[in-house]
Design a protein. Sequence first.
Length: 173
Amino acid sequence: MFEKFYPTFSFDKVEDIPYELFKKERITAVIFDMDNTLVNHKYKYNKNVKEWLKELKKKDIKICILSNSPKTNVVKKVGRELSMKYLYNAFKPWSFGFKKAMDLLDEKKENIIIIGDQLFTDIYGGNRFGIKTILVKPIEKKEFWGTRIKRPIERFIIKKYKANKKYSKENNK
Ligand SMILES: [Mg+2]
């Protein structure tokens, strides 16, 4: 019953995701959540993420940010610093933001994956839109209260997900 919240893969952090996974899954475009996936609450990213993204682009994989944040200037700044296209006010899990990202990336659904830290926006949204999903752990604990109250429910679902044999692939930690 929770399967619509289950990610296709899960990792501790973005930099842990092996590039071979994209090749194996025929992924040519990656959508990234921003807050707590790429940057912390001060909108800082670590240099490992920047390097990881740079390598990913060298492998001809298209990337963009799809953020629910209404902070236009912040999303623009992060996007520019990481040399990524960006969309804000995305209203994930609703599909229209995903559709916009798909148009921006100009790839088919089966070749797109989303990476994010929230089950109810990034993962559920990606699943209902029909793309693959990767769950990462939030970069830090300090969060907006609206996000914080959802975390215990997320932990419950993640426990179910990890206990489910069908989903415990070798890439899942
Ligand atoms: Mg997030």
